[in-house]
Design a protein around this ligand. Structure first.
Ligand code: ADP
Length: 461
């Protein structure tokens, strides 16, 4: 039942992450889709608008002047066609010669149209008046041209483009077919909106900008929410680890006391005063442990509610540090080799002696606790940049890089496989950091796994 509950909670946690992520991806996809749709729609609208504008313009020209604007060009072409019929066609020789004449004639007719037609400039004027950009290329396409000779038609060009050959940006304005004295022509006037993309961009700029802006805003909100969620998760994991550790830590002395109590209840032990004394000592030792544990927890919860109130006194901090190291070694029965290097030149520093002692003791305890070899510790002090510094270096297991940033957090413990193997509540370093900060200083750490760790406390003088 309990396992099942944990599984459900874990699943729910995953869903909390997965659902918003899916929502974010869907949102992004919708935004991209919207930008593409707006772009395509604007492009279609733009092409339709230009198509109707150019058509309107050419009808207006026709209505006003009863001509389509190509009359002058047609007259000139007629004269030119007459000249070609009389002066070129009778003297055509080889096929290459004929092909050359065809090309020359067609090019010339194109230049006549370009120079003499009045429709393009009328359209341009009209579009400008309507407030639209005239950033396009007008041109005329001759699909059929033949010279009328006595013997029939001499075809110069007969090319109808396939639909796929016409670029998507080209708009057909109108098509004409005319027969004059000397020629027959079929031609189409077109405009090519080569700059359509920048025109669409200018038109749709604000809608696209708004949509584009909404993306980073939503991503940012998502990121903040996500980060908070992760932080919440981390804290809740830390708390449950803490409760597990605390339960374990409390149970050990309690069960020893229980067993000792039962031993004392047995009648035969009364005849062995040595055993009674030993058991009583065990009870009192475990009671002290229990008391210390409870005090630590109480102190930390008190720390959370109130600010530190330091009782600072000026002391020779090198001497104080030496005393702390000595009594630590006595209380742990010489559990480590400690090299002491005091270089603070007997400086007098105002510290809270109790808290300062706790801080150094916590670091020394850890230096011994997190060591798999015989602990060799270096305690050194110095003065630099108007700061007193004390560093404690050990030859222990070190701290993996990914945990370094968290070790001063409340309840944080580096997982060492079996979390209960090395006892602790994850409060020691948290306490060190708070005490250092209360003295206006800080604590930093550098560590190399399997080589050792150095903690450095700095306190302004
Ligand atoms: P606790 O020792 O109760 O777990 P601390 O707050 O004192 O809590 O330490 C937090 C974590 O930092 C520990 O779990 C340990 O993994 C790591 N740590 C602290 N000091 C050292 C050290 N000297 N060497 C290696 N690891 C350390």
């Amino acid at each position: 039942m309990f396992n099942f509950d944990i599984k459900v909670i874990k699943m729910k946690r995953h869903l909390i992450i997965i659902f918003p992520l899916i929502a974010l991806l869907v949102f992004l996809a919708v935004q991209v889709f919207m930008i593409i749709s707006i772009w395509q729609q604007e492009k279609v609208n733009m092409l339709m608008r230009y198509e109707s504008l150019t058509k309107e313009a050419s009808y207006r020209l026709l209505a006003a002047k009863k001509v389509n604007g190509f009359e002058k060009a047609m007259d000139i072409t007629d004269k030119f066609a007459g000249l070609v019929i009389n002066e070129k066609l009778p003297y055509l020789g080889s096929a290459a010669d004929t092909a050359n004449v065809r090309e020359e004639v067609l090019n010339h007719v194109y230049s006549i149209l370009q120079e003499n037609e009045a429709l393009s400039s009328f359209i341009k004027e009209y579009i400008k008046k309507k407030g639209y950009s005239t950033d396009y290329k007008p041109f005329t396409w001759i699909s059929y041209f033949s010279l009328l000779t006595d013997g029939g038609q001499f075809i110069i060009s007969d090319t109808v483009p396939h639909e796929d050959e016409i670029p998507k940006t080209v708009i057909i304005v109108d098509s004409y077919k005319e027969e004059h004295n000397n020629f027959v022509i079929a031609y189409t006037t077109l405009i090519d909106l080569t700059e359509i993309n920048s025109m669409v961009f200018r038109k749709a700029f604000f809608s696209i900008l708004l949509i584009t802006l909404s993306v980073p805003i939503v991503v940012l909100i998502f990121w903040f929410t996500w980060r908070n969620l992760m932080e919440e998760r981390r804290l809740s994991d830390l708390k449950s680890d803490f409760i597990n550790n605390m339960t374990h830590e409390l149970k050990t002395p309690l069960s020893t006391i229980t067993v000792a109590g039962r031993t004392l209840e047995k009648a035969q032990i009364n005849s062995d005063p040595g055993k009674v004394l030993e058991t009583a000592k065990m009870i009192s030792k475990q009671s002290v442990n229990l008391n210390q544990l409870i005090n630590t927890i109480l102190e930390v919860s008190l720390l959370e509610r109130t600010e530190f109130e330091l009782d600072r006194h000026k002391v020779n901090v090198d001497e104080l540090t030496h005393q702390i190291v000595s009594s630590f070694l006595t209380s742990c029965d010489g559990c480590a080799v400690v090299k002491e290097e005091y270089k603070a030149a007997g400086i007098m520093l105002a510290v809270d002696i109790v808290y300062f002692t706790t801080m150094i003791n916590n670091l020394l305890t850890n230096a011994v606790k997190y060591s798999e070899k015989d602990p060799a510790i270096v305690v050194s002090t110095s003065v630099a940049d108007n700061e007193f510094q004390v560093s404690i270096t050990d030859n222990g297991i070190g701290i993996p890089r990914e945990h370094i940033d968290h070790i001063f957090d409340k309840f944080y413990r580096v997982p060492h496989g079996n979390i209960h193997k090395i006892k602790g509540l994850g409060l020691g370093l948290y306490y060190v950091r708070r005490i250092a900060a209360a003295h206006g200083g800080d604590v930093s750490v550098s560590s190399r796994p399997d080589r050792g760790t150095t903690f450095k406390i700095r306190i302004p003088i």
